[in-house]
Design a binder for this molecule. Structure first.
Ligand code: FES
Ligand code: MG
Length: 574
């Protein structure tokens, strides 16, 4: 492995030259309390920390950064912690997805504008992982990901609770009058019992697993519980490795080729992972200059079995997965479907990182002979209602609805839905198809997680727990049900969803991968001619930038001007 000399380090331009600027940077480092021998000639390791007091998933990252720093010092680097925006899935409104690209931009520009030689990216809550990685790809400095780790299992009265999934289940039971306030108070206290991201196979666990299989973390990092001592050790080891990748100049572009993304798709499907991964992976791949489309997911979905028996599709939670062997265990079981000879951030090939992989519990990580589902959990649908595609996680849906025709009940935006859903006069049965539009990337705005439309109370009371639902929204990775998501193009830009009227027959056929609006073309043309584009929500600020540049779901919802990598000027440091 070739190593850079210290004069070749990027930070040398800030600290080591004969210029007035370098003098000033050294003087200001004395101001920071460091003497020359503590940092001169060492690689600067930027620790991008998404810690915040309104992000319970990342609340331990302030301390965990100290473990990373310990590792960086041990290996002869100079650690600097750089706070960046925290995307808190629970608290941030209208949706963190509105801000994924903002954090990606911030990541790229922080790395570009400061004297950083390699980056440690600390995150885990949902959009944080793709955002940090997208920024790192575009800046293309050596980078290693430190996933914040899942929470310990939730618990209440002897029952394991999983984030999201069990909240919605209990909430539905409460709406149906089956449980009271005392039970709900117990669930409130028991469902999120420690720092860390959601411990189901939601978006967070899916995307940290993606980071791991792409080769951007230390092996096994994604499943380590946030509060386990192993997590401190992984953080320190990642700090040590960050110093090495700075010397080796091992950049994301050397790791993230088409094979890495193909393996990420395979892994998401074997995990029964979140539908959000489709959008994020497409966006990440486009940053890497790799073409990844919805069809790649559908094709893989037909041959990759779901082996992880994790909620919401299965029974277990992330600590079980960790103890059962974690992601290396799962990857070992699908190694024939992976590209094993590609590089990873460890300096080893994927094959070498899996040398010790083993599964310790076949109930949690199923065997190939006994999968949770023989086919992958995602299907990509097309048809006159979704010309550019839509997605359904059918493994988490009531099988009765996977081939279904019913009359549409249409809602224009989430407010309309909440206002009218429980209206006594709303003509709706268990066979109706709930349609939510105006919830896409631009219409939402931010493509909120409204895609698991609630079931009307009177149907809940009658025992209905799943209905066919269609929207241009996303849904939480911890959600479940027959929810067709990411319909593209969205209604806000005139996609066919905008033309649906109450009572129109809609047909879903998962096996045929079709989503069809049973209205003749001439009638749709007539409706299209009458259609008027809704007003944009934003008049100024970031929202305007977002509205003008956001791509549709099938293109990954990146900003059109952020696609790709490189080409931005390095700052003049003289
Ligand atoms: Fe942070 Fe679920 S709320 S991962
Ligand atoms: Mg989520």
């Amino acid at each position: 492995m070739e190593r850079l000399s210290h004069e070749q380090l990027r930070s040398h331009r800030w600290y080591g030259t004969e210029s007035l600027r370098s003098f000033s940077h050294r003087a200001r480092t004395r101001q920071l309390g460091l003497s020359a021998e503590e940092h001169m000639g060492r690689p600067v390791i930027g620790i991008l920390n998404t810690w915040s007091e309104l992000n319970p998933c990342h609340i331990h990252l302030r301390e965990r950064a100290q473990d990373v720093k310990r590792g960086v010092w041990q290996a002869g680097g100079y650690p600097v912690e750089l706070p960046v925006m925290s995307l808190s899935e629970t608290f941030q409104k209208p949706t963190t997805m509105l801000y994924r690209n903002l954090l990606a931009m911030e990541t790229e520009e922080v790395l570009r504008s400061y004297p950083v030689d390699a980056a440690v990216l600390m995150g885990g809550c949902d959009k944080t992982t793709p955002a940090l990685i997208m920024g790192a790809i575009s800046m293309d400095l050596p980078a290693i990901y430190v996933p914040c780790g899942p929470m310990i299992p939730g618990g209440f009265r002897g029952e394991v609770l999983g984030s999201g999934s069990d909240m919605w289940r209990y909430w539905a039971d409460k709406q149906a009058g089956l449980v009271g306030d005392a039970v709900m108070a117990g669930v409130e206290e028991g469902i999120a019992r420690s720092p860390g991201h959601c411990m189901t196979m939601g978006t967070a666990s899916t995307m940290t697993s993606v980071a791991e299989v792409l080769g951007l973390t230390l092996p096994g990092a994604a499943a380590i519980p946030a509060v386990a001592s192993a997590h401190n050790r992984m953080a320190a080891a990642s700090g040590r490795r960050a110093v090495e990748i700075a010397w080796e100049d091992l950049r994301p572009s050397a790791i993230l080729g088409a094979a890495a993304y193909a393996d990420a798709v395979t892994t998401v499907l074997a995990l029964g992972g979140s539908t959000n991964a489709v959008i994020h992976l497409v966006a990440m791949a486009r940053r890497s200059g790799v073409e990844l489309t919805l069809d790649d997911f559908d094709e893989a979905s037909r041959r990759v079995p779901v082996l992880a028996d994790l909620r919401p599709s299965g029974a277990y939670v992330m600590e079980d997965f960790y103890l059962a062997g974690g992601l290396p265990g799962l990857l070992g079981r699908i190694s024939d479907l992976l590209h094993l000879d590609r590089p990873t951030v460890t300096g080893l090939s994927l094959r070498e990182t899996l040398a010790e992989a083993a599964v310790y519990d076949d109930k949690v990580i199923r065997t190939r002979e006994d999968p949770l589902s023989a086919e992958g959990g995602l299907a990509v649908l097309r048809g006159n209602l979704a010309p550019a595609g839509a997605v359904i996680k059918h493994v988490a849906a009531d099988p009765r609805l996977l081939k279904h025709t019913g009359p549409a009940v249409v809602f224009d935006g989430h407010r309309d839905l909440m206002r009218r859903l429980n209206d006594e006069d709303l003509p709706i049965t268990a066979d109706s198809v709930l349609v939510l539009r105006g919830a896409g990337p631009r219409g939402g705005p931010g493509m909120p997680e409204h895609g698991m439309l609630p079931i009307p109370e009177r149907l809940l009371k009658a025992g209905v727990r799943d209905m066919l639902r269609i929207s241009d929204a996303r849904m939480s990775g911890t959600s479940y049900g027959a929810c067709v998501l990411h319909v593209a193009p969205e209604s806000h830009v005139g996609g066919p969803l905008a033309l649906v009227r109450d009572g129109d027959p809609i047909t879903l056929d998962v096996e045929a991968r079709t989503l069809t609006l049973g209205v003749p073309d001439e009638e749709l043309d007539r409706r299209r001619a009458e259609w008027r584009a809704p007003e944009t929500v934003y008049r100024r600020g970031y929202g305007t930038l977002y509205d003008e540049h956001i791509l549709q779901a099938d293109e990954g919802c990146d900003f059109d001007f952020l696609t790709g990598s490189g080409g931005a000027p390095e700052p003049d440091t003289e």
